[in-house]
Design a protein around this ligand. Structure first.
Ligand code: NDP
Ligand code: 8X3
Length: 259
């Protein structure tokens, strides 16, 4: 049963990877979209594609989730336009470097904390009060298995995703008694631009992350997000962990004869 037709879905970080795949999955179900990211040309081509293929309404916004005033101005504009979302997908995020803690680059740490934690907080704080006022809404965070288990040199990235897990629980606890749902979809290894960003543009190194096994595709994660969002209103799927079949935890990865 499709419960998403005519819903409005706001997705942060929709210019690539999981965010873009989520936009495609929701559009295919007839949902209208509010898409944001920093790379506006990517959003423009996605809007063209989705309006042409699915006839849905797609509004795009150049938005850096680290910019608190920018986030608040954006949400205020949505209020004025009467276009608040039914569903918020907090997807924008990144990792920088893979260095032992004592060799870490502080500026990369700040970028991760500002994006993965503070950006998610700014957006959630701006949107959720409106959901509470309407007693309806669904916030879906893209967490990570990195928020379950720390791996070597993951340190600050792990800490940001542990924070997302805590916030997912905290928001759920605080929203009891309302019909606002909060969920987290927590993937293992997904082949996107993620590793290229982590390794600051080193494509060769990024490719080695996905060699010798079959990683998740962004579309696989979008399927799960779509499933979580499409659950009946009385069902709140708190947390979904999704790994590639070749990976069973952050340490156990079978690099062998997979395609
Ligand atoms: P990509 O690098 O492919 O996409 C990241 C998206 O986030 C881009 O659209 C980017 O847009 C956006 N983004 C980054 N920084 C900002 C910012 N400051 N403001 C607004 N948008 C921003 O990576 P993924 O699709 O893989 O990552 C999406 C989410 O999934 C992240 O939260 C990541 O931590 C999480 N994740 C990824 C996994 C993986 O293995 N790939 C596994 C588990 C979780 P732009 O640059 O245009 O602003
Ligand atoms: C991204 C997956 O394993 O690189 O969150 O941390 S991992």
């Amino acid at each position: 049963m499709n419960r998403l037709r005519g819903k409005r879905v706001l997705i942060t970080g929709a210019s690539a990877g999981i965010g873009r795949a989520c936009a495609r999955a929701f559009a295919a179900s007839g949902a209208d979209l509010l898409l944001s990211a920093r790379r506006f040309p990517n959003l423009e081509s996605l809007r063209r594609e989705l309006t042409l293929e699915h006839g849905v309404d797609v509004a795009i916004e150049r938005l850096d989730v680290r910019d608190r005033a920018g986030v608040e101005t954006y949400v205020a504009k949505l209020v004025v336009e009467n276009r608040l979302p039914d569903i918020l997908v907090n997807n924008a995020g990144l990792s920088r470097d893979l260095l032992p803690f004592h060799e870490g680059k502080v500026e990369g740490w700040e970028e991760m904390i500002d994006t993965n934690v503070k950006g998610l907080l700014y957006m959630s704080r701006a949107i959720i009060p409106h959901m509470v006022a309407r007693d309806q809404g669904h916030v879906i965070h893209i967490g990570s298995v990195a928020g379950d288990t720390v791996y070597p040199a993951g340190n600050v990235y792990n800490a940001t995703k542990f924070a997302v897990r805590a916030l997912n629980e905290g928001m759920n606890v605080d929203l009891v008694g309302t019909r606002v749902r909060v969920s987290s979809v927590d993937p293992g290894l997904v082949e996107t631009e993620f590793s290229e960003v982590r390794f600051r543009g080193d494509r060769e190194r990024a490719q080695t992350v996905y060699e010798g096994y079959t990683p998740l595709r962004a579309e696989d994660v979008a399927d799960v997000v779509h499933h979580v969002a499409n659950a009946p209103e009385h069902v709140n799927i708190h947390r979904t962990v999704v790994y590639p079949t070749d990976q069973r935890n952050p340490y156990i990865l079978h690099r062998g004869d997979s395609e």
